[in-house]
Design a protein around this ligand. Sequence first.
Ligand code: KG4
Length: 338
Amino acid sequence: MITILGIESSCDDTSSAVIRDGMVLSNIIAGQKVHEAYGGVVPELASRAHQQNIIPVVDQAIRQAGIQKEDLSAIAFTRGPGLLGSLLVGVSFAKGFSAALDIPMIEVNHLQAHVLAHFIKQGENDVRPPQFPFLCLLVSGGNSQIILVRAYNAMEVIGQTIDDAAGEAFDKCAKVMGLPYPGGPAVDRLAQEGNSEAFPLNKPQVQGYDYSFSGLKTSFLYLLRDRLKENPRFIEERRADLSASLQAAIIEVLMNKLRKASNDLKINEIAIAGGVSANSGLRNALKEHAAKYGWTIHIPPFAFTTDNAAMVAMNGYFKYLERDFCAMDVVPFTRVEL
Ligand code: KG4
């Protein structure tokens, strides 16, 4: 029996989880409300909140899993990429806890963990995990990539945003419409009542499988600026149509590249990961593509798409099987390739 404790602290969620032989026993996530007042994550506040949250969150993860800390085989933690101060809290905690329990530490790449979330087992209703090779569209507040996954430990980024992440585009455009942070979920809700063709926005032309959102964002900003001159109540009156148009444009950019990659590489096994994969429009677009192009799509449960420690523990489990442990002098990294 292999029991892994996962720790995730790369951005603004403190999370801890227990995975036993690939099955999730607990997955505790503490969000940080402190950032709402600032319209975005404030790194220094995030690391302080992680310090306050980490012990209660780990304690709860162990209790909820119904195990004792002595039952743990190893501790897996997010080494990066992420915010340095935030990562330091998780990495330092993992070091202390592994030394105290005299068990190995396993470093995990946050992006790889998002992909491996698809392999977390939950019990009776488990769906078939993706088959290798598959493509994973990873779309979150900090990352936007198309990843070619050949095996658990063989992944290659074949396309990525050259500027903003998809979630960032949602959040920044939501902010200029006066919506609370993070704006993605609010845009999603409003979009369901709006007309997606009301306001055409500029679509980027980027080579290969890369994409870009900064032009789209600027085009959205200019649209608001021009229309507000004519009607100061423009945003209030058209928020649903604006949201629907914005969401449709972001999804079109993402899907165009994913379709191209699937077509060129002849891979119809498609997965999504990251916070933006909660978006209802993106989920519908994937389902439409599945019906039209014969894709087999994989959408993980919501708790495993946003930042969470179950995916870190799952990645740790695969590494444990290979005895891929790390040394005590390990340090976090803020940026990294897969
Ligand atoms: O993976 P995640 O929790 O962590 C970060 O990378 O920060 O992703 C958060 C991102 C935010 O940008 C948020 O606005 C976006 O995911 N998001 C959504 C939706 N739910 C979360 N974007 C669009 N539609 C949603 N329903």
